[in-house]
Write a protein that binds this ligand. Structure first.
Ligand code: TYM
Length: 334
């Protein structure tokens, strides 16, 4: 990289409605880290077709997500923001890496097990090899750091294993990436079942705060959030619902968990729910306004998409050529 900054890669799927979990677990950290790294933020649309999509809706959702990256505060002239499907190297490297990944490793992936249970009528090979594509995403850019929520750690571990295995055979081809997990918000739980992760695929809309929800909806959902009968605001395993609200408050305000708990000492769950609801709504409102503005400027978005895809392709090709040579493919005559 030109200025010797370390490389950061991360991505998000454009399926379902993005939730507060996606924002606090990933996107918010991306913005905080973006000045310190050479960043690649991909809308990982190749991953999304492991589940059946309606093409017209999918196209729009991917565009919404790309605009959301910018609305959240990622400057597209400094950060490479692009659609994964525009850079052919992801799929090409994925094939090569799949020949260095064991089925036993893929069998252990909990996300595969969860998704197969949810989509029992469509357990396709892509769903199974999904983590290999994710490894390719990361390794393609010689990535040092990958900011993600806790649910992605198992995939990150596999990525490191694949890279180390490849390097042990062919020399130092890949940088070994490290995960980055934020101090708060790495696992935001469902508002209706605080033992389950908040997820964009949850069928109950009251379980998740969507990034597109308006203030009234957000406050109503927090008011309905499941807590407990202890009537005591604490952050501990025995009170997962209340702890989740504190975690959200801490991640949004930047206050430590202890300070957040102290702030609500002697107050009731109703006060906590309202305060968290207002904090979240006030945090999301400017993001929603910017998002609408960006989406309405087609020429601006098209320019970013084109330029950044070219930039990503350039860096991806550097790694891909090296890998192709190492495994023994004949060089293309250029
Ligand atoms: P995805 O699209 O499911 O989620 C995007 C990011 O949001 C985080 N996240 C959460 N964080 C905290 N609490 C939650 N409830 C919560 N729900 C989701 C995820 O951890 C993730 O960081 N496989 C990935 C996408 C991907 C990727 C990559 C990520 C593809 N290639 C390479 C990093 C690097 C996924 O499905 O994320």
């Amino acid at each position: 990289m030109a200025d010797e900054k370390k490389v950061l890669f991360s991505g998000m799927q454009a399926t379902g409605n993005l939730t507060l979990g996606n924002y606090l677990g990933a996107l918010k950290n991306w913005v905080d880290l973006s000045d310190s790294y050479e960043c690649f933020y991909s809308v990982v649309d190749l991953h999304s077709i492991t589940v059946r999509q309606n093409p017209a809706e999918f196209r729009q959702k991917a565009k919404n997500l790309l605009a959301l990256y910018i609305a959240a505060g990622l400057d597209p002239t400094k950060n490479c923001i692009y659609y994964q499907s525009h850079v052919s190297g992801h799929a090409e490297l994925s094939w090569i890496l799949s020949c260095f990944t064991y089925m036993g490793e893929l069998n252990r992936m909990t996300q595969f097990k969860d998704k197969s249970a949810k989509h029992a009528d469509n357990i396709n090979a892509g769903l199974y090899t999904y983590p290999v594509l994710m490894a390719a995403d990361i390794l393609l850019y010689q990535t040092n750091v990958v900011p993600v929520g806790k649910d992605q750690l198992q995939h990150l571990e596999l990525t490191r294993d694949i890279a180390q295995r490849f390097n042990a055979i062919y020399g130092d081809v890949f940088q070994i990436p490290e995960p980055f997990i934020g101090k708060a918000g790495a696992k935001i739980m469902s508002l209706q079942d605080p033992l389950k992760k908040m997820s964009k695929s949850d069928e109950n809309p009251n379980a998740s705060i969507y990034l597109t929800d308006d203030k009234d909806t957000i406050i109503r959902k927090f008011k309905r959030a499941v807590t407990d009968s202890e009537a005591n605001i604490c952050y501990r395993e025995e009170q997962p619902g209340v702890s989740n609200l504190i975690e959200i408050y801490s991640a949004c305000t930047g206050k430590s968990i202890d300070d957040a708990v102290a702030e609500f000492a002697g107050k009731g769950y109703g006060d906590l729910k309202l305060a968290v609801g207002e904090t979240v709504a006030d945090m999301l409102a400017p993001l929603q306004t910017r998002h609408a503005e960006i989406l309405s400027d087609k020429a601006y978005l098209d320019g970013i998409v084109k330029e950044n895809a070219e930039k990503a392709q350039y860096f991806a090709n550097k790694t891909l050529r090296k890998v192709q040579k190492k495994v023994g493919f004949n060089e293309k005559i250029r």
